[in-house]
Design a protein around this ligand. Structure first.
Ligand code: CMC
Length: 430
């Protein structure tokens, strides 16, 4: 950490020096760690809009430029030239792999794709109509009951095994959640297929017929996974870090991240967005929904629009839109009515004062659902696919945190606005 300058805070006539850290990229960061001890005050920042919670060297976002870097590589370049497992390696270990390192890593992930056979029975405790995210939260949390030999967070080897297990098994568990919800038998992983192809196979193969993975679909799915792999300190990643800061085991931490991701303001937006586009149905109904989104008395929001950090454009959405055009074109369904509504909605919103002045742009979830829908996934599987793609980001951030000597249990303070001291009154006198 490079500390060159300091800021001075004056409070009640006294001055306090605060170190100012210079990051490699992004705005300077005011270090307030000693503020309470020295000045006896807290800072107040609901939603952490101005607070850096950790030091990290994994992912960088410049919200004004619409830039996303993983370990210094831009998402556009990665989306064009790389593939999901290579990006996983980059996020986990900090460098692009050599051919030998990549093949070793792919081998390790592939060898871990099966889940403990007893897990099949664990699934049967869920109702068939459970949302796959509900099943995913439960089953990933339960991994700590199955993999006792990778729970010791102080052992680097066990941390590594837990990371590989989760990257390898999340697609298997998500596919099982899907199969369970549609009443079909589970399909075992097939290690001759690549990561995305294997997931499609586990979701769409049935024992009665041969299933051949469509390379257009597996390539498009791999790109969706890449675009979702990590996104610095977003809500679910911060949840994983907070859960992990208490020393909780890695499976419990990732389950906490999945629970947070499920919300419609975060990963649940991809399901909500496609359902919204379908509800709109035709281009002529768009103004009605735009008007609702602008109405302060209506809780409705345009799903797939807006972002806490991106205030210019979401670089992932740009790639996702190109991908939607390409995939639907290759599949011969470019006249997909939902895509037409989405494109027109984007056009109208980007010219509207409300959206322009609030810097609301389509985010990654705006176009991903259209591609997943074209692949045959029901909307309830959209967020589980986000979850399995983000697992590598969560686990990379968790590993970084555990190895950080400055890490402490996460424990925010509060601005208390409740009652002052009161005397207990017996129930007969209230
Ligand atoms: N539609 C209409 N108005 C909006 C929207 C929207 N989608 N998003 C924000 N606004 C308005 C909001 O009402 C507020 O207006 P005002 O200043 O008059 O009160 C202003 O814009 C700022 O919004 P905010 O809620 O304070 O901003 P935030 O940074 O806390 O929220 C967000 C960011 C992504 C939660 C929000 O834009 C949103 O709810 N979007 C829809 C859900 C969505 O698409 N989420 C996916 C995010 S990207 C994938 C991921 O990271 O999971």
């Amino acid at each position: 950490m490079d500390t060159k300058t300091k800021a001075t805070l004056t409070l009640d006539g006294k001055s306090y020096d605060l170190p100012v850290h210079a990051p490699t990229l992004g705005p300077n960061v005011l270090d307030i760690r000693k503020l309470y001890a020295d000045a006896g005050v807290f800072t107040y920042d609901p939603g952490f809009t101005s607070t850096a919670s950790c030091e990290s060297s994994i992912t960088f976002i410049d919200g004004d430029k619409g830039e996303l870097l993983h370990r210094g590589y831009s998402i556009d370049e990665l989306a064009e030239h790389s593939h999901f497992l290579e990006v996983c390696y980059l996020l986990l270990y900090g460098e692009l792999p050599t051919a030998a390192q990549l093949s070793d890593f792919e081998g390790r992930v592939t060898r871990h794709t099966m889940v403990h056979e007893q897990m099949h029975y664990f699934f049967r405790g869920f109702r068939r109509d459970s949302h796959p995210m509900a099943t995913l939260v439960g089953v990933v949390g339960a991994m700590s009951a199955f993999y006792h030999d990778s729970l010791d967070i102080n052992d680097p080897w066990q941390r590594e095994v837990a990371a590989i297990r989760m990257i390898a098994k999340l697609p298997t568990i998500a596919a099982m959640a899907f199969k369970y919800s549609v009443g079909q038998p589970f399909v075992y992983p097939k290690n001759s297929l690549d990561y995305a192809g294997n997931f499609l196979h586990m979701c769409f193969a049935i024992p009665a017929e041969d299933y051949v993975v469509n390379p257009i679909l597996s390539k498009a799915l791999d790109r969706i996974m890449m675009l979702h792999a990590d996104h610095e300190q977003n809500a679910s990643t911060s949840t994983v870090r907070l859960a992990g800061s208490s020393g909780a085991n890695p499976f419990a931490c990732i389950a906490a991240g999945i629970a947070c991701l499920w919300g419609p303001a975060h990963g649940g937006a991809n399901q909500a967005c496609l359902e919204m586009l379908r509800e709109i149905g035709t281009v002529d109904r768009i103004p009605e929904f735009i008007a609702r989104a602008k109405n302060k008395d209506d809780p409705f929001r345009l799903m797939g629009f807006g972002h806490r950090v991106y205030k210019n454009f979401d670089p992932r959405a740009k790639v996702m839109k190109e991908s939607a055009d390409e995939v639907l074109g290759l599949l011969g369904i470019e006249n997909n009515p939902t895509l037409q509504v989405a494109k027109e909605m984007e056009r109208i919103a980007l010219e509207d004062d409300y959206f322009v002045s609030k810097k609301l742009y389509p985010n990654v979830d705006f176009y991903s659902g259209i591609i997943l829908d074209a692949m045959g996934f029901p909307t309830s599987m959209f967020t589980p696919i986000f979850a399995l793609s983000r697992t590598v980001g969560w686990i990379s951030q968790w590993k970084e945190m555990i190895a950080d000597k400055d890490q402490k249990i996460g424990r925010p303070r509060q601005l208390y606005v409740g009652e002052k001291h009161r005397k207990y009154v017996d129930v007969r006198h209230r």
